[in-house]
Design a protein. Sequence first.
Length: 499
Amino acid sequence: QEREMGLAFLRIIRLSKPVPSTSLFANNKRFLSIIKPNQPSLDHNPKITLNPHLKEYPQDLVTFHADLETLAQTLIEKDPPSINRYDYTDHNVVTLDLSHNQTEIDDAISFTKDLNGEEWVHVHIADPWAHITEPTHPLIISAAKRVESLYLPETQIPMLPKLFTKYCSLRSTNTKNLALTFSAVLGPNGSVLRYKVGPSVIGPTFPLDFEEGELLLANRAKDHPTLVDRISQAEFSVEEFIEKADKIVRQRLIHRGSPEILFNEFSSSFRLLPDGDVTISKNIITRPQEMVYEFCLLAGEIGARFARDNDIPFPYYRQAPPSMFFDWKSSSLLTVVERWKRVSGTAPIIIGTLPAKNEALGLECYSKVSAPLRSYLSLLSQYQILSKFYPHTPPLKDWEVEKSLQEVQIRKKGLKGLLHRSQRFWTLRYFEQEYSSVFPAVVLSIPKAGTKKEARVLLADLGLVTLAYPSNTSFVGERVSIVVETVDSLTNSLKLAIL
């Protein structure tokens, strides 16, 4: 009781302190320029302090030079080079994304039967190389410097100009979408029996967002008139399509053993509100999201096998098996602590030009090919594959791919650090904002007896894994309550306590 009274007193003192000055970065226009127009401005909202870590991002890459924007516009206005493409314009093609009005969509799926009655699964990936045929093009060099699109709580920094990205996306408004398609005949257990790869053209897509996909899978679409009206306008049964896709995903998960099970409870989403506050919520990975993830893995497996079988220098993703293996069927029976041990024991990804089995994914070989509008490595993988189809476009040599991989890894490490520091900044801002709250948590691990280190805990509602003290009164798996003792986002300090 005395401890709780003391903590309450500390909260009163903390809450009585003046709000830190918001003018610390306000005079630096470099930082202000990368806040999205719809985000609150420092000059008009005293509650928001600009993230100081954004200055770490190269300021010349925050926006695109006018010359690059002009080049992107020129590429859009020109007819793409003529090459032979698979004609899939008669396919029923579906996209799944955060919103059915999304403008940056780089993957879609369809199903067909051939003349022999075999069922083919097609994963269509946007093809920016349909408009850019040289790896030395200024847009590609710019993408290599950016490495990937950066998504921060307060802003987004795209890898390619938004105008070009939107034009290359697989959209419902396009009569023809240019794609690179990865197709396969799957066995009863979801394994790849036969495959083919090639540039293609598909017709307009039917867009679904993840919430709509979840409603269809749960047979609850009838309760949502807008969705019923949309799917009634389709020329095929959207419900049957989604059910078939879900069945294939279940088969693939069982085939792979799903060793990398997506434990979403250990990750968070950050959102800045118009009033300057920040909200944090636990990521919830729905079945439609899992569906997109699995079909993109299928495309990556097919692409890597194609490169290996055709002796194309390629960035293969190698990963050792997990230290603790749980198959997909038994994953729901695990405790939170067991799932955390599985996640924390995941082996690092090693990217190289030697084909190798990805044991963490349960795949014969794998490379990421599904995000060419947002990831330079996907863009590079696509170029190497398309070199087999575009005349007079030789693939990069082994040493050139290796050099690119080294440069990308260095830049990705920097971006990962920036993202981590940025998320920590907004996490501290959240705790300042919710200073008097009590957070439910689960103890994941405790230090050895005799040490003064804190216990590692999962803040259950936030998806945040952090440290709290004291650890000597808790045991692994215990459900506890966490309070904030001290926090300061400007000095990067945080102290949490277990009640």
